[in-house]
Design a protein around this ligand. Structure first.
Ligand SMILES: [Fe+2]
Length: 166
């Protein structure tokens, strides 16, 4: 007898599990898009002695977040769940308050970036743990995201001169 999964040629993950995995991936998708938008804002508004290095670093971070968001969204589609990466979906996410529009000192940029990356990272870890019971492939995608975010956290901490504590 054909299973529901084999009949639709979707990965063999139950409908209930697929919906839950889709929610976990969607939550991570909007947070990565939010980071990429705020990163570009910092790229434009950072001021101070470290302007140039931060301006360039921010474009690297934005590229990384955009690539990760694409990987997360495409995993959702591969599983038969449809992601929403539109502005409205991002607004409904848990992102931090919008930045004020104007120049932002370089040290403040690093501090605020670290806070934001650490928060997304922590929630991604919780979601990755949840996915262990639901779909290992999606968990693997979130582990990739988490590895990148935690590496970024380390580099931002180092820029602030923190060896261990943020
Ligand atoms: Fe630019």
């Amino acid at each position: 007898m054909a299973t529901a999964a084999s009949a639709t040629h979707l990965p063999p993950v139950g409908a209930h599990e697929r919906d839950e995995v889709g929610r976990q991936l969607q939550a991570t998708l909007v947070e990565l898009i939010d980071l990429s938008l705020v990163g570009k804002q910092f790229h434009w508004t950072v001021v101070g002695p470290n302007f140039r290095s931060l301006h360039l670093q921010l474009d690297e971070l934005v590229d990384a977040w955009r690539t990760l968001s694409d990987t997360v969204a495409e995993r959702a589609v591969a599983l038969g769940s449809f992601p929403d990466g539109q502005a409205n979906a991002v607004v409904e996410g848990p992102g931090r308050p919008a930045l004020g529009v104007g120049p932002i000192p370089d040290t403040e940029v690093v501090n605020e970036l670290l806070r934001r990356v650490a928060e997304v990272s922590e929630r991604t870890r919780t979601r990755a743990e949840r996915l262990a019971e639901l779909d290992l492939v999606s968990q693997d995608v979130l582990i990739d995201v988490l590895r990148a975010l935690e590496q970024q956290q380390w580099m931002l901490r180092a820029q602030l001169g923190h060896a261990r504590d943020a």
